[in-house]
Design a binder for this molecule. Structure first.
Ligand code: 13P
Ligand code: SF4
Length: 331
């Protein structure tokens, strides 16, 4: 199939022999091609099980920056694979389905953000990693939900800051740091779906359960939380906290790792504000084990970037990695 067709479809549409042991084949391809599979916690359980590393956005960026593999297979969404490519221009970066986007990233188009930035020339721009390379290129520092608070606190109190694209994470950081950052009005469709009413009802039925939430959730949900953190921080909390049950307000994929790490504990997905029983990210879930196998076998679809944008977007990512080292947040 031609590259243009893959770009249109998002993935290579190749039939797989149903008798094939895909897990074993992926293992073979990893060795043959010196490939590494980096996966986010929101990926389906099968993908998490074949991954070499599963992590949050900061951990994944750090792994991507340090890998010796020739091919990076990124099981996550486009901005994550793009970040890996920004850091590794000479490596092949594959994404099982190119259509795996992100509603939060989409809520901040570069041309509009450029105008917003020009309206506030005395502001420094901190952007959450969930944004396109075009937004990263317009930013001074990138952050993730693991390091946003510390990065903001490392700047002088009087420094004026624009925070993009997530108004919920930005609002939470404003509250935690006492800053008054100017917020871009973006949000994640998955983290804005939770129902406070249903979480309160659940909490009444499970009074000992701790409510844990990702800071991309809206303020009323965060107010109900006993603990707020990035996906890795939420996972660690469930391992170290004495409680035996947790109501989890983030994408449901993380429950797989939580259940694997502490099988005796109970994990309940926080209910969304609609009749659907799940809170899956439709973008993350476009990647499947079959698409992962096909993309490794044919080395398509691949992330291709404009070199000028890549160079400009690398500067604020490097600053984030450097600051995270200095602040002791990564090894
Ligand atoms: P983290 O895993 O960095 O907490 O990010 C969550 C998320 O929404 C990724 O898209
Ligand atoms: Fe984007 Fe939200 Fe999906 Fe994360 S969960 S990839 S922020 S849409």
């Amino acid at each position: 199939m031609h590259v243009e067709n893959i770009t249109k479809a998002g993935f290579l549409n190749v039939e797989i022999d149903p008798s094939l042991d895909i897990f074993a084949e992926i293992g073979k391809l990893k060795k043959e091609k010196n490939a590494v599979i980096l996966a986010h916690y929101y990926q389906e359980p099968d993908i998490q099980d074949v991954a070499d590393y599963i992590g949050d956005s900061l951990g994944l960026a750090q792994k991507a920056a340090n890998t010796n593999a020739d091919i990076i297979v990124f099981a996550g969404v486009h901005f994550m694979a793009e970040t890996a490519k920004i850091l590794n221009p000479h490596k092949k970066v594959l994404l099982p389905d190119l259509r795996a986007g992100c509603s939060l990233s989409d809520s901040c188009p570069p041309p509009l953000f450029k105008v917003f930035k020009e309206m506030h020339p005395d502001h420094l721009v901190i952007s959450y990693i969930n944004c396109s390379a075009g937004i990263k290129a317009l930013s001074d520092i990138i952050c993730t939900s693991s390091n946003a608070q510390q990065i903001v606190e490392s700047l002088p109190k009087e420094q004026k800051i624009i925070f993009a694209p997530d108004k919920n994470l930005g609002g939470y950081i404003n509250k935690m740091t006492g800053r008054n950052m100017l917020l871009w009005n973006g949000a994640c469709m998955v983290h804005e779906i939770f129902s406070t009413e249903k979480i309160i009802k659940l909490k009444n039925r499970h009074p000992d359960a701790k409510v844990i939430a990702h800071p991309e959730c809206e303020e009323p949900v965060l107010q109900l939380a006993d603990f707020i953190g990035s996906t890795t921080q939420l996972l660690k909390y469930t391992e170290t906290n004495k409680s035996n049950s947790f109501i989890v307000a983030t994408e449901a994929g993380i429950l797989h790792k939580m259940r694997l790490n502490t099988p005796a504990k109970t994990f309940i997905a926080a209910p969304p504000d609609n009749s659907c029983a799940c809170n899956d990210c439709p973008h993350m879930k476009l990647n499947t084990l079959e698409k992962l196998y096909i993309c490794m076998k044919y080395e398509q679809p691949e992330i291709i970037m404009d070199e000028e944008i890549r160079i400009a977007s690398k500067i604020p990512i490097d600053r984030m990695l450097q600051l995270s080292h200095q602040l002791g947040l990564i090894g």
